[in-house]
Design a protein around this ligand. Structure first.
Ligand code: 1GP
Length: 227
């Protein structure tokens, strides 16, 4: 079973983007701790299943970050269930999750589920609009972090800057507000230096887009988290 507490670095693969076999192999054999399959746009059962099947031969944990009920399937090493704390719409905080439990509770293995308190901080990101977010102040973010840990006991608090490099000082402050909950940082990491900078404060670095832009740079981010 996946143990997020032991992770330092993960790659997030987007089922809506294509990746050559050699590049997929490099990602899976890079020394990263896990591969997450997840995205915002164009997520279908077929493209998730296709990627899942291609990652299976590699000895690496593969988790599904659930963004749509249509693309949920068994077989993953774990499931990440986001709850977007800075959404203005209850649907993205507890709504879709509630619907999923009503429908599938008898089949859910809760030991495989990892709930994520998401805080989305890049207004330009598709996911910011899709999840109907409002931009929080730094004080708001600290309170969301404490809420995620102390009220909801989420195993993960995820600072999501998807597509943009975030504010390391904010990540540091958030890490100071958390004791047990694992802090994920994702967004705009394109280099060894950026990965190393954010890794000083976040428990886990999530690297996505650069995989599709510069594979060698993507692979160097793993090394930055292995120091
Ligand atoms: C996206 O946090 C991840 O959900 C990673 O962000 O794609 O910007 O690396 P990037």
């Amino acid at each position: 079973m996946a143990n997020v507490k032991e992770w330092n670095h993960v790659f997030k693969l987007d089922p809506n983007k294509s990746i050559e076999e050699d590049d997929l192999s490099s990602i899976c054999e890079s020394g990263t701790d896990a591969v997450i399959i997840g995205g915002t746009d164009g997520i279908t059962f077929d493209n998730v299943y296709d990627l899942f099947e291609r990652v299976q031969p590699y000895p690496i944990p593969c988790l599904l970050e659930v963004s749509t009920m249509e693309a949920i399937m068994p077989g993953f090493d774990g499931y990440l269930i986001p709850s977007v704390l800075n959404s203005t719409n209850k649907k993205f905080i507890t709504g879709v999750q509630h619907e999923a439990i009503k429908e599938y509770n008898d089949w859910i293995d809760w030991k495989q589920m990892f709930t994520e308190g998401y805080c989305i901080l890049n207004q330009e990101a598709k996911v910011f609009t899709a999840a109907e977010c409002e931009l929080p102040s730094n004080e708001d973010v600290y309170a969301y972090a404490v809420m995620a840990e102390q009220m909801f006991h989420f195993p993960i608090f995820y600072l999501e800057y998807s597509g943009a490099y975030g504010d390391p000082d904010l990540v540091q402050q958030v890490s100071n507000h958390l004791e047990e909950t694992t802090l994920f940082y994702g967004g705009g990491i394109k280099s060894f230096e950026q990965a190393a900078e954010m890794k000083q404060y976040a428990d886990v670095i999530v690297v996505g887009n650069i995989i599709y832009e510069n594979m060698q740079a993507a692979l160097r981010t793993v090394k930055a988290c292995r120091q």
